[in-house]
Design a protein around this ligand. Structure first.
Ligand SMILES: NC(=O)c1ccc[n+]([C@@H]2O[C@H](COP(=O)([O-])OP(=O)(O)OC[C@H]3O[C@@H](n4cnc5c(N)ncnc54)[C@H](O)[C@@H]3O)[C@@H](O)[C@H]2O)c1
Length: 350
């Protein structure tokens, strides 16, 4: 479509992230919100009042049938993915924008990708932290060659797997030019967080062999290193790259720092993850991609799926042991399999 087109948007799931998306779509003249749905009628009603004359419903499929939008956006908790992808594809939308993580199992993600690919529907997954000025500065330093040949990318966060791990993998992979992964070795610990609405092992780590020879090191959850420079617990995340002549890394809540070939000691700068700064360009890039198929969204679903596969490969490695080769085929649902093999606290020796 032309750069003047206005794209219609229908949004399902109007909690914290749904409202962030609605705010950003509403603030951008390239979009018009035509539908709002939440199974919680009060939330749908409140959003309807905030965003004017949009159709509101407690049922996403009903909203889609009544509004026929260009874009379907959904921001539900991780266990609700495949039925909403199906609903968007059935409604004939051009693009589906949804929240991370991609899914809760490889089987589900493979079905989702098949539906999207067969129907030619674009998808975008919200790994929007990468728009932060400090995230982009680190990318710029690495891409300039200032740290030499990158041999290692790394990322860790204290938040648990289904909240944080695909963010970490996505940004570490970005710093490695999104090279494909060849294999993953994983280890995990603790079952307490399986009862959370982002069910996860309490701790998980992944060693990644990328096809370009770079090593990836990812850790998240209880036991991942602290980032003492950052006070806000959810932003205690560190993502970076080491090269033959230096390193560059971002602290999600604490700017960036680097040592480069030409720097005289450590150089650093500001930046802190901020939805109000990261959402507008993330949303604008949706219009850019719909305007011009060559302007592929940085958070496109195919890339997100590759990161999701790395996370699931780490889970499979805990269960099966050893290296798990990529890409993954269907298999035992990873979260159930993982929960079954991890020792419960009562089973552990004193
Ligand atoms: N990208 C980020 O930075 C970021 C930050 C926080 C959360 N998230 C992700 O966003 C997602 C949503 O998290 P949240 O904190 O907004 O959750 P939330 O609980 O605040 O909101 C979810 C909403 O979805 C509604 N809902 C559930 N099933 C529905 C259905 N079938 N149709 C329509 N509405 C439905 C619920 O009633 C609720 O209002 C999660 O996957 C989470 O991991 C991403």
């Amino acid at each position: 479509m032309s750069a003047e087109a206005t794209y219609t948007v229908a949004i399902a799931g109007l909690g914290k992230r749904g409202m962030h998306h609605a705010d950003a779509f509403a603030a951008n003249p390239r979009f018009k919100i035509v539908g709002l749905a939440d199974i919680d009628a009060a939330r749908a009603e409140a959003a309807g009042q905030k965003f004017g004359d949009a159709f509101t419903s407690t049922d996403a499929a009903d909203m889609l049938a009544n509004t026929k939008p260009d874009i379907f956006c959904f921001c539900t908790l991780p266990h609700i993915r495949l039925p909403l992808i199906q609903a968007g594809v059935d409604a004939g939308v051009e693009l589906i924008a949804y929240e991370k993580p991609v899914a809760t199992s490889t089987n589900e993600a493979l079905e989702m990708m098949k539906l999207l690919r067969d129907a030619g529907v674009k998808s975008v997954v919200s790994h929007q932290h990468r728009y932060g000025e400090h995230y982009r500065k680190v990318k710029e330093i690495i891409a300039s060659g200032a740290i030499g040949r990158v041999h290692t990318v790394y990322a860790h966060a204290t938040g648990w797997m289904l909240h944080m791990m695909t963010h970490l993998i996505d940004y570490a992979s970005w710093y490695n030019d999104y090279a494909d992964a060849e294999w993953v070795v994983g280890q995990a610990d603790g079952i307490e967080k399986f009862s959370d609405n982002h069910p996860s092992p309490d701790y998980i780590s992944a060693l990644i062999q990328f096809k370009n020879g770079v090593r990836g090191v990812i850790e998240c959850g209880d036991g991942a290193p602290d980032v003492p420079e950052v006070d806000y617990w959810w932003r205690k995340a560190r993502i970076g790259a080491q090269g033959t002549e230096g390193f560059a890394e971002v602290l999600t809540g604490g700017g960036w720092r680097a040592i480069t070939r030409d720097s005289n000691g450590v150089i650093s700068g500001p930046g802190s993850m901020d939805y109000s700064l990261d959402m507008p360009p993330y949303i604008q890039d949706i219009a850019n991609w719909l305007d011009d198929p060559a302007q592929v969204h940085p958070c496109n679903g195919e890339t997100a799926f590759k990161g999701f596969e790395i996370m699931m490969a780490a889970c499979r490695s805990v269960v099966q042991r050893g290296k798990v080769m990529l890409p993954l085929g269907p298999g035992e649902p990873e979260l159930d399999a993982l929960k079954a093999v991890l020792p419960s606290p009562t089973a552990q020796p004193n």
